[in-house]
Design a protein around this ligand. Structure first.
Ligand SMILES: [Zn+2]
Length: 224
């Protein structure tokens, strides 16, 4: 577990990152000073990883009030049933993610990973929606190209993006999986992410964080 605290405009939103499952996927807890938090892309898939997450939530007296999926590739949803059964919170996602969600078990078999239970969403997120918890809010951007239904979450209060598998430090999401498309991904990055301020922190679905400005300058796949 790595703590990635950041402060901006005297309002503190805390981002905590866990690296879970064989895909080394980043699971994020985003909380503010009230202790309310949302979990994004829970990837925990064995008892040790579930315990690490639960102990952190209990130890920091956090209350999970939201469960958001940037997209439904298996590495980002392996912990969805644990979150639902432990905290009673159903996942929310973009409606275009449903097909990937329903194919997750087959997708997992390709990698020798068993996905035993899918939790169905009952509400969906769209471009421009705001997710509110504590005194914080995150704005939804629709960012397809890696896969249909992909969303990013943006904090304008604290200047960061939870970017899923759209943009990484020095890389971008792969586009060779079903519904992936490079031109669509490039457009998502250029119109939805590179239009944000250079000092916004990018928290990706894999690997370390980066900044909008540095990716615009030196990302080898999509330049700003
Ligand atoms: Zn993915």
């Amino acid at each position: 577990m790595h703590t990635l605290a950041n402060e901006r405009k005297n309002h503190m939103i805390k981002v905590d990152r866990f690296v879970f499952n064989p895909f080394q996927e980043n699971t994020y807890l985003v909380s503010d000073e009230t202790g309310e938090c949302i979990i994004i892309d829970p990837g925990c898939f064995n008892d040790d990883e579930e315990k690490e997450l639960d102990d952190f939530i209990t130890g920091h007296k956090l209350k999970i009030v939201g469960h958001v999926l940037t997209h439904c590739h298996i590495d980002h949803i392996l912990g969805m049933a644990h979150i639902f059964h432990t905290y009673g919170i159903r996942p929310v996602m973009h409606k275009e993610s449903l097909e990937t969600l329903h194919n997750a078990a087959d997708h997992g078999k390709l990698f020798g990973i068993e996905m035993t239970e899918i939790i169905e969403p009952v509400t969906f997120l769209n471009e421009g929606d705001l997710i509110k918890f504590g005194h914080a809010q995150l704005e939804i951007k629709y960012t397809p190209g890696h896969v249909d239904g992909h969303i990013c979450l943006i904090s304008h209060q604290s200047g960061f993006i939870i970017a899923g598998d759209v943009l990484f430090q020095g890389s971008i999401g792969r586009t060779d999986l079903p519904t992936g498309n490079f031109k669509t991904l490039e457009a998502s990055i250029k119109t939805k992410l590179y239009t944000l301020p250079d000092d916004y922190i990018v928290y990706p679905g894999h690997g370390p964080h980066t900044f909008i400005g540095s990716e615009k300058q030196s990302n080898p796949f999509v330049r700003g």
